[in-house]
Design a binder for this molecule. Structure first.
Ligand code: SAH
Length: 409
């Protein structure tokens, strides 16, 4: 018998993913996801993460995508050029382009902490890369990204010159793709304690091994800066403070006092270490409370406390639209309490990072909260993630973080 084209280790012909009639439309609009229900059949063989050719029902070739047999998102498009070869050179080009785009705005160039690759919106579905100084933290969340790990790492090292790449592929969404968690150093020396990087004049420690996401919430960078600019002479309440980013900017901006609340002991401990790293800040103006925000806000109200600036940056209450109702109640609750705790003229910076709650719905929830609190309030600014977390115009799902800066009469 001659070893034929179907011998498993022989380079086989690329499988063809054929769409149901009409399902080519979203691909033609450059949306990168192909759901299970859009796929008529897979012609040929493909393992998890393999590149497949995407064809319309009538045989028109549309794109090249990564096959993910376990996920409802059955394939994610790498290239809308159906002739583009997906190989190491492809990742070198794409990664270099992502890094080069980060110089487009003055607020991005020169940042030590910067998201370099933002998944689908950067043309690399399932790939997240955050830089902290000379370390890049990489999170791979899709079958295709998993397959090309070493190509992505090599491309990142080449494009950034960074000394270390550390993997934090441990988010729950990997389970949906049939992937186990993976963490550890992929390039460069072992970690030697926590990393410290600088953000708008503050030194911040980031625990890339055990911190949330890649260790820090880079998406709120510009909003933390705005908080600092607003905080002068004001008493500040920072809810869901994590490692204290908003709190420290508020102190640096001259807040009279800052109370920060988080339910995580390690997060509060990290915040206190961050405060200690910035010796010019007046630690006596900072109070830290390890507590559940929902009950702490009620207790503050019962105690008659009032603040001039309140930040509400909760975790994702609604991972998808299916959770929107329960999430809406939670958002309304904290925002209502927030309005009640504000002094006249006070400011509320309120956020939702739930993909399942859009800006319009979030604004309605906040309006409902103000109305129930009997608050006469207005929106001064709409807020969003910093520009290193871009939103692909063809990928509105990428717009997860929205915020409102409101002012009480
Ligand atoms: N604003 C932060 C990021 C907040 S992340 C920054 O700029 O870095 C959300 C935080 O909410 C996490 O630290 C988590 O520990 C905390 N958290 C989640 N549920 C909570 C609750 N019910 N009460 C208090 N904190 C909570």
């Amino acid at each position: 018998m001659v070893r034929g084209a179907d011998f498993p280790f022989h380079p086989v012909r690329m499988a063809k993913l054929i769409l149901h009639p009409g399902k080519e439309r979203s691909v033609m609009r450059r949306h990168p996801w192909l759901f299970e229900g859009a796929v008529a059949k897979l012609d040929g063989r493909a393992r998890s993460g393999d590149t497949v050719e995407v064809l319309a029902h009538d045989g028109r070739s549309l794109a090249r995508a990564a096959w993910s047999p376990k996920s409802q998102i059955r394939a994610r498009v790498w290239s809308f050029d159906a002739t583009e070869t997906i190989d190491d050179a492809f990742f070198k080009r794409r990664v270099a382009a992502c890094v080069a785009r980060r110089t487009a705005l003055p607020e991005l160039s020169g940042q030590a902490g910067l998201r370099l690759i933002h998944g689908e919106s950067d043309g690399l579905p399932g790939v997240i890369a955050d830089r902290y100084g000379d370390t890049v933290v990489l999170a791979l969340t899709s079958a295709g990204a998993e397959k090309w790990r070493s190509a992505v790492v090599a491309a990142l090292v080449k494009a950034t010159g960074c000394a270390r790449v550390y993997e934090r592929s441990d988010s729950d969404v990997r389970g949906l793709e049939g992937l186990a968690p993976a963490t550890g150093v992929l390039h460069g020396p072992a970690l030697d304690g926590a990393l410290v990087f600088e953000e708008y004049g503050l030194r911040l420690e980031v625990d890339v091994e055990a911190g949330h996401k890649t260790g820090f919430y880079l998406d709120q960078r510009e909003n933390r800066r705005l908080c600092g600019e607003l905080a002068g002479g004001r008493s500040v309440l920072n809810c869901f403070c994590y490692t204290g980013g908003f709190s420290l900017q508020a102190l640096a901006g001259g807040a009279s006092d800052v109370l920060s609340i988080d339910s995580s002991g390690p997060a509060i401990a990290g915040a206190q270490r961050n405060l200690a790293l910035n010796t010019r800040l007046d630690a006596k103006r900072a109070d830290w409370l390890e507590a559940d925000v929902f009950s702490a806000l009620r207790e503050l109200r019962a105690a008659g406390r009032r603040f001039d600036l309140i930040v509400l940056d909760p975790p994702k209450f609604a991972p998808s639209a299916a959770h929107a109702d329960r999430a809406a109640r939670a958002y309304k609750d904290i925002n209502l309490l927030g309005f009640r705790l504000l002094n006249p003229g006070g400011l509320l910076m309120t956020y939702s990072c739930s993909g399942g709650v859009g800006l319009e719905l979030f604004q309605k929830i906040v309006a409902g909260a103000a109305s129930d609190a009997g608050a006469d309030a207005r929106i001064l600014k709409r807020l969003s993630a910093s520009a290193d977390h871009p939103v692909g115009l063809a990928f509105p799902e990428g717009e997860y973080l929205k915020g409102l800066l409101c002012q009480l009469a």
